[in-house]
Design a protein around this ligand. Structure first.
Ligand SMILES: Cc1ncc(COP(=O)(O)O)c(C=O)c1O
Length: 359
């Protein structure tokens, strides 16, 4: 068996140690005689896994008791609807910052539930930068401000938050646990699991408890955040195996030294790749250097006609899924927490060789 370096944007590479542990526990979890997939979600065994996942995430992100951790189903895209359905109740509008494809998708869905006010957009710059926060037209009577601090497709990331009294709702799908975040500055943080947390099928939703009061009883019970919180995310059968895997990933991350330690590694990984791209006349990245993503590194080749060959040759040497998103083309290396520095070095070496051969 040989594992390759997997640069997929999601579902993304998981730490090998996590996969091995899951494999070892697959047939018989801790003497239960069944796998996690086969046990009741109400069993004491699964309840202990759920509690462990919540406790580890709380420690990793320093989440206070003012917040509830929910495990939601349907992917982050479901929350594009679920959030306005819950949080815009009783408000005239919600504010959105438009910094790329994922913000735009969130805006499109929210419009079905509330009036959307786009407070700033970098669309005119082809989403290669972030609007100046001092120019944002925030309506302080709105329900919340939605942001996407890491645009997975465009490879754009920002860490600072706009000044506002509105609850900030952030889609951290592709950046959660990759860098330090002050949770107390947010109303809601949500993230699809399939990048830095675990397998697809579960979404982490960290919500400030006072916001739960906005959820109306008229909502479908399964969509109601307050209801989910009251029932410990178990209104119905939760994605048990995905939550178990998330717990193993959290355990792995704690063993790496937590978010602070992995953030330093992530900085070095991204820096090495961007430095190489910038030093070459053959590869380029269009994003404003201040806002380049540490997790998703898109790049183009000087000669577009070489793209198919680049992908073919890179796959052949064990560098998998380097194609850019189908909407933008080009290449993209997604380098989440589970990607080791060796994977970056192998990619740079391949890119250098490809340029020498074809540039
Ligand atoms: C930033 C961001 N938000 C939302 C989504 C949608 O996630 P899902 O496929 O879980 O609905 C993605 C998927 O890649 C994403 O990168």
């Amino acid at each position: 068996m040989s594992r390759v370096y997997n640069f997929c944007s999601g579902p993304a590479a998981l730490p090998e140690a996590v996969l091995k542990k899951a494999q070892a526990e697959l047939l018989d979890w801790h003497g239960a005689g069944v796998s996690v997939m086969e046990m009741s979600h109400r069993s004491s065994e699964f309840m202990s896994i759920l509690a462990s996942a919540k406790a580890r995430l709380s420690r990793l992100m320093n989440i206070s008791d003012d917040y509830e951790i929910l495990f939601v189903q349907g992917g982050a895209s479901t929350l594009f609807s679920q959030i306005p359905a819950n949080l815009a109740n009783g408000f005239e509008s919600a504010c959105f910052l438009d910094t790329g494809a994922w913000s735009s998708k969130a805006i499109k869905e929210a419009k079905k539930y509330t009036k959307v006010s786009v407070v700033g957009s970098s669309k005119a710059q082809n989403y290669t930068t972030v609007p100046d926060f001092s120019t944002l037209e925030l309506d302080e009577s709105a329900a919340y401000l939605h942001i996407c601090p890491n645009e997975t497709i465009g490879g754009l990331e920002f860490a600072d938050l706009p000044e506002t009294n509105l609850p900030i709702v952030a889609d951290l799908s592709s950046t959660i646990l990759s860098r330090k975040v002050d949770v107390s500055k947010y109303g809601v943080i949500y993230a699809g699991a399939q990048k830095n947390v675990g397998p697809a099928g579960v979404v982490i939703c960290i919500i400030r408890k006072d916001l739960l009061a906005r959820s109306s009883d008229d909502l479908p019970a399964i969509w109601n955040f307050a209801h989910l919180a009251e029932n410990d995310s178990m209104i119905n059968t939760p994605p048990t195996f995905a939550i178990y895997l998330a717990d193993l990933v959290f355990e792995w991350l704690e063993a790496q030294g937590g978010v602070e330690a992995i953030e330093q590694i992530n900085i070095r990984k991204a820096q090495a790749l961007y430095d190489f791209i910038d030093s070459s006349n053959f590869y380029s990245n269009p994003v404003d250097p201040v806002y380049r993503s540490r997790m998703n590194v898109p790049f183009i080749l000087a000669d577009e006609s070489l793209e198919a060959l680049f992908l073919q040759e890179s796959e052949a040497v064990g560098l998998r899924t380097l194609a850019g998103h189908r909407s933008v083309g080009g290449m993209r290396a997604s380098i989440y927490n589970a990607m080791p520095m060796e994977g970056i070095e192998a990619l740079i070496e391949f890119m250098r060789g490809f340029e020498e051969r074809h540039g």
